[in-house]
Design a protein around this ligand. Sequence first.
Ligand code: TA6
Length: 315
Amino acid sequence: MSTTENKSVEITKGINGLEKVTLREIHGSSVEVYLYGAHVTSWKNEQGEELLFVSSKAIFKPPKPIRGGIPICFPQFSNLGPLEAHGFARNRVWAIDPDPPAFPPNVNATNRVFVDLLLKPTEEDLKIWPHSFEYRLRVTLGPAGDLMLTSRIRNTDGKPFTFTFAYHTYFSVSDISEVRVEGLETLDYLDNLKNRERYTEQGDAITFESEIDKIYLSTPTKIAILDHEKKRTFVVRKDGLPDAVVWNPWDKRAKAIADFGDDEYRHMLCVEAAAIEKPITLKPGEEWKGRQELSAVPSSYFSGQLDPNKVLQSS
Ligand code: TA6
């Protein structure tokens, strides 16, 4: 945790008395993260506008994972293994590290506000997934309001283990029909709606007019989500996470999800930095790092005109 007069970390009780940490940055942006699931449920820009989608029907009550925000999928993505869907990290209560390590020397820590959350398996967890690990999630709010999530997972066991992973980020969008995603054109993907068969995406930016649930493979480190109505572009930068899932349940499936409003599919889009196709294996003592950085910038960024990297550098 880091607290000085101009930036702050505050621990309070959130919905249903669940503990949450609020990070506030001097220019007015903020982030909320629940200890339940180490689940980011809010990310607001300097104008106080919410950038993440959380369902009005979300149930903040263990063991139900929170619908929206940024669920952590670990140690299993979806049903790709014997565990409950998306693994158990999203419905365990994490601990705050009161004395976290400093940022590495090459990172400018000025005006960054952050919290480190820790997860270690309980005896009960070891019965369903018999591998000891230490998971450190650093949630950082940068001076331009960027939201950075850094996961460090260490094998503290005597034998190797393997896992899949995703930051299941629900972005808030004005209207899904006004949104397009750039950076995934021409890539191969596994289609979850077609038994995970492999296809190749066409050459245009991705737009939305029906249910989508695809795992794009070997994706670039930057993906842009353009919201024309809002004139806002989200830029996802990722490291250690080669895949990217794109999900919108659309109308029919939305109705079948109890903690999701019938029409809410219009106002959300999941773009999830992930490691799925090639599961991560850690030997005893080894550590894996997976990082996602989110920025929201005005859509002076249009296709081909501005490199998302330049947007990031100027913000
Ligand atoms: O990431 C996409 C996905 O795996 C979809 O298949 C869809 O089921 C979604 O996640 C939500 O999963 P959840 O377990 O949170 O209902």
